[in-house]
Design a protein. Structure first.
Length: 335
């Protein structure tokens, strides 16, 4: 039996909307909304919206999209109806675009993170989607990576022993990039509490500093979050110290490093960690996993792996960290 195809409107034709995939092989794992919808086969992109005419035209040519609009508002005003609306516009536009998209009553909205510039707006988005009976998925991408989910299952089953502590490092804004980090930590370790925040670092976004912090999981482990500088290089890593090993997700999820304990060759009676082995990660499969999960949710009612509710928890913590950092005694302003 031929499976149904859901119609899609993509709002925002930039990098995450489709541009990252436009110079890549069609056989490569997709990095974008358009790439994921196209690869899956159960979705049809029938329209897109972007105020940049050249970017919109390039998107339409590459993905074979016939209808293009200047904005989400213009798309809604056309009388068109879509099963799925992908919100890939800048963060400041998310609130208005989601509220506008709800006018056409799609079955699902797939929104980039963060949901909105503030937690209050994010909560309003979630409430509006719930009131309209529209499903909401949020692109905290790593929740759809198969190795990330499997590692979470292993942790919950105790296969790596007890988690003693965790550390993490990131750059490019506590909300824009740190929300990915905090969401992933809570995905693995459960709800998180803020203990303290350090000095903010303005390394990329003018209104979203990168902030170090000390956290605690309610399940017990303490978490130290450090920062990098986005102008130096991209850094997104999490390391868990367990009773059985030290396990790190590196390169944003493109690799893992596992160090196991054994007898010390120098000191009798001591156990030390080995040099470790590096394993490939499956982060590149995440966007395809998102399309699979969303399709299953639309067709069979399967639970979504990343929702408005999970995104709000991360965003509230981001706001708490940013607010606490303003009260941190500082020397000369960092940049």
């Amino acid at each position: 039996m031929r499976r149904p195809a859901f119609s899609v409107l993509v709002v925002g034709c930039g990098n995450i909307g489709g541009a990252f995939d436009q110079a890549r092989s069609r056989d490569a794992w997709p990095l974008t909304h358009a790439g994921a919808w196209t690869r899956h086969g159960g979705f049809r992109i029938t329209a897109c919206a972007d105020p940049d005419t050249s970017r919109r035209s390039a998107f339409q040519r590459h993905w074979g999209v016939r209808k293009g609009f200047d904005s989400c508002a213009q798309a809604m005003g056309s009388g068109g109806r879509w099963d799925v609306v992908s919100i890939c516009s800048p963060t400041a536009s998310h609130f208005g675009d989601v509220m506008m998209a709800l006018q056409s009553r799609p079955r699902l909205i797939f929104c980039e993170k963060p949901l909105a510039p503030t937690a209050a707006e994010a909560e309003a988005i979630v409430g509006a989607c719930e009131a309209a009976g529209v499903l909401l998925a949020v692109n905290h991408t790593r929740r759809w990576a198969p190795d990330v989910r499997e590692f979470g299952r292993q942790l919950a089953a105790g296969e790596h022993g007890e988690v003693r502590s965790a550390s993490a490092r990131y750059g490019k804004g506590v909300l824009n990039n740190g929300s990915h980090l905090l969401d992933l930590l809570s995905f693995w370790l459960g709800p998180l509490e803020l203990l303290s925040a350090g000095r903010p670092l303005d390394d990329f976004w003018p209104d979203d500093p990168t902030v170090p912090a000390l956290l605690a999981a309610r399940s017990g482990p303490g978490i130290a979050v450090g920062h990098a500088h986005a102008c130096d290089y991209s850094l997104f890593e999490i390391e868990l110290v367990t009773s059985c090993a030290v396990i790190a997700m590196e390169d944003g999820g493109l690799a893992w490093r596992v160090r196991l304990p054994g007898p010390s060759a120098q000191f009798a009676g001591y156990r030390v960690l080995d040099a470790g082995r590096r394993l490939p990660g499956r982060y590149l499969e995440a966007m395809a996993g998102a399309a699979d999960n969303i399709y299953d949710g639309l067709l069979n009612g399967a639970p979504l792996l990343s929702t408005g509710a999970t995104a709000i928890e991360a965003q509230r913590l981001c706001e708490a960290i940013r607010l606490a950092s303003r009260a941190t005694p500082t020397g000369p302003h960092q940049s």
